[in-house]
Design a protein around this ligand. Structure first.
Ligand code: HSE
Length: 435
């Protein structure tokens, strides 16, 4: 590790100059005094790794900063802090590993790497006596990781309930409030720099799964691997779902939830109905919110901008300042949690909650009775039934059924049986009601 005695500048190597990298570079170049006033030593952007040096960019860098060779950063003994904002697993994970092994402190915004390989990288950081901070990996500008690791560290947590993908929340808000089509809302989110390079990661729930894996690991001190989290995207939602949900007193939000149950941790990402008076129902646009329930603090909710250049830069530079402040004689590792492999992740089949079911059925006597019988046989009690949209020509109707709390396994079984009824045309939606 390079010499970090007092007042020697902290040289920074930045890996990536995209939406977030551009924001970090601009913050380091445009407000160096503000940053060094907080760190107590100069902070100097020494090298920036890009894939294509010729590409035009909206941030002006002094000559000589750009490189396309990662070794110019990873093998430079004068660079003591590496900031990774490339995203994706490869090659970012390898760069992080190389940086830590070379004794460099690391700040990353990479949720995929931290979800899949966080415990391994945190142990590596510990072994090399350096810090690995990743506040920007979850929730953009909202400081939820710092809260779990430090301010709320005295708690045992019962649950994490969150909206942690700005792109899907933006799309769902536009669809619910302005009746905007899915495709237009997605392209707006992309234009504003909220979406991932491949928006599949947002709309199919992978991005939220990575973030929930990180949060659940920190809350429960147990590894919750991304593949153990039940995942559903938002692409199958239709305008009718929003209309019926509204009529029943709910909003539709893509939620990422992890709960500590008696038999283990239950973790899931899916679009769900949330009562309109619940705080999460009021989180709109690109905003994120994370609500944790701790044994001492009770429920704490943090709300803020979850994606985009400014908020993510805020989290990255905050971590960078924290590390630079802590450097020098007698510096100690910053607080961190390395989740342990303990198993005990529960299947979605065990989930128990209320359900919202939307079906297209034949509009004739006795049809509802057949569906009610199937639900009853699976021990599912109906809470309400709505039938609004009938098609007299086709003699079909759309019904929406909400249930009392029921077990997921039985609901899936009932829908499988219902789908085989001659009178059921289509099962359009199965959404959980989370309150
Ligand atoms: N695509 C992500 C989102 C960006 O929409 O939340 C921040 O991780």
């Amino acid at each position: 590790m390079s010499d970090l005695s007092d007042n020697i500048p902290v040289n920074i190597g930045l890996l990536g100059l995209g939406v977030v990298g551009g924001g970090v570079a601009a913050a380091l170049l445009e407000q160096p005094e503000d940053i060094s006033a907080q760190t107590g030593r100069p902070v100097n952007l020494k090298k920036v790794l890009v894939r294509d040096a010729a590409r035009p960019r909206d941030v002006q860098l002094p000559d000589g900063l750009i490189t396309t060779n990662p070794e110019d950063i990873l093998a430079d003994p004068d660079i003591s802090l590496v900031v990774e904002v490339i995203g994706g697993e490869s090659p970012a994970a390898q760069y992080l590993q190389d940086a830590l092994k070379a004794g460099k402190h690391v700040v990353t915004a990479n949720k995929e790497v931290m979800a899949k390989r966080g415990p391994e990288l945190l142990s590596l950081a510990q072994r090399h006596n350096v810090n690995l901070l990743y506040e920007a990996s979850v929730g953009g500008g909202i400081p939820i990781i710092g809260c779990l690791v430090k301010e709320l560290a005295a708690n045992r947590f019962r649950s994490v309930r969150s909206i942690i993908n700005g792109t899907t929340n933006y799309i769902l808000t536009r669809m619910a409030n302005d009746h905007t089509g899915f495709a237009l809302a997605l392209s707006e989110a992309q234009e504003q720099g909220y979406a991932e390079a491949d928006p599949t990661n947002d709309i199919e729930g992978y991005d939220a799964v990575y973030k929930l894996s990180i949060l659940a690991g920190l809350a429960f001190h147990r590894r919750v691997p991304p593949e153990s989290i039940h995942r559903e995207g938002i692409t199958r939602l239709q305008p009718q779902d929003f209309r019926y949900a509204h009529e029943l007193g709910y909003a539709i939000k893509s939620l990422a939830i992890a709960t500590m149950e008696e038999g283990g941790i239950q973790a899931r990402v899916y679009p769900a109905l949330v009562p309109q008076d619940n705080m999460l129902a009021k989180v709109d646009g690109v905003y994120n919110a994370v609500e944790v329930e701790g044994s001492l603090c009770g429920r704490v909710l943090i709300h803020g901008r979850g994606a985009g250049r400014g908020p993510t830069t805020s989290a990255v530079v905050g971590d960078l300042i924290e590390i630079a402040r802590n450097l020098g004689a007698g510096s100690t590792p910053l607080p961190s949690i390395t989740p342990e492999d303990a198993g005990g992740i529960r299947s979605i089949d065990d989930l128990e909650c209320q359900y919202f079911l939307r079906l297209n059925i034949a509009d004739r006597p006795g049809v509802l009775a057949q569906i009610a019988r199937i639900l009853g046989e699976q021990n599912i009690s109906i809470a309400s039934v709505l039938q609004k949209d009938a098609n007299p020509e086709a003699q079909t109707a759309e019904i929406v059924i909400t249930t009392h709390p029921a077990r997921e396994l039985w609901v899936q079984k009932a829908l499988e049986l219902a789908a085989n009824l001659e009178v059921v045309q289509e099962i359009n939606s199965l959404l959980r009601i989370e309150d």
